[in-house]
Design a protein around this ligand. Structure first.
Ligand code: SF4
Length: 213
């Protein structure tokens, strides 16, 4: 069984509650969405075919204790991904970054899912599969990327409507050229008493927009 891989690299995890930890990244090719602010457009089509055994060997021989599958949208190759996960050493922590538009059912329990809930400012608002809110575990994370005040209000509406703060960790970040600044968002989070984690992409602070970092 083979998968189309855009790139494989080691870096520090830049986001989520695993930020700062060494991580082995497998970026899979293809995405079913086209977010206006996407910074990995090169992953839409560019890729190389590898067998799942070869990818598993690379992961298992890495010194990093964490592996993250990202994209693109990794769940476009769901069957192959589930097979690959079964080949990864039990000692590795596995993260799956997804845009949430494809069902999370069937993803092994050991995987920590980091699902991006797209808001209107992304141009892909409404793409998150609502059934997936029922699939998230306490150890999973839901991420909202804000472009403007409307996105902030839409995010708050989601938190309330689906009781997301009780379900799992909620991450908030902002688009690079967002209408809102970091401090404005931080002030709104404090004002509204949200139980969320605001995050700034660590890898971009360290390496800028450098690819493969
Ligand atoms: S889901 Fe991710 S990879 Fe796909 S277009 Fe949006 S930001 Fe880019």
């Amino acid at each position: 069984m083979t998968m189309i891989v855009n790139e494989i690299f080691e870096s520090l995890q830049g986001e989520s509650s695993f930020a700062g930890l060494p991580c082995f990244f497998v970026r899979l090719t293809g995405c079913n969405l086209r977010c206006t602010w996407c910074d990995t457009r090169y992953a839409y089509t560019e890729g190389t075919e590898y067998s799942v055994d070869v990818i598993a060997d690379k992961i298992n021989s890495s010194k990093a204790g964490i592996v993250e599958f990202t994209g693109g949208e990794p769940l476009l190759q769901k069957e192959e991904l589930v097979r690959l996960i079964g080949l990864i050493d039990a000692s590795k922590k596995i993260l799956l970054e997804t845009n949430g538009s494809i069902s999370l059912q069937g993803i092994p329990e050991r995987v920590a899912i980091i699902a991006d809930v797209k808001l209107k400012g992304s141009g892909e608002g409404g793409s998150f599969l609502k059934d997936n809110f029922e699939c998230v575990k306490k150890t999973d994370e839901l991420k909202f990327v804000l472009s403007d005040k409307n996105d902030y209000c839409e995010m708050k509406d989601h938190l309330l409507r689906y009781s997301l703060e009780e379900k799992c960790s909620v991450l908030i970040s902002r688009v690079k050229n967002a209408e809102l600044t970091d401090s404005e968002i931080a002030d709104m989070i404090l004002r509204d008493g949200l139980k969320v984690r605001y995050q700034i992409q660590l890898h971009k602070l360290i390496w800028g927009e450098q690819r493969g970092k």
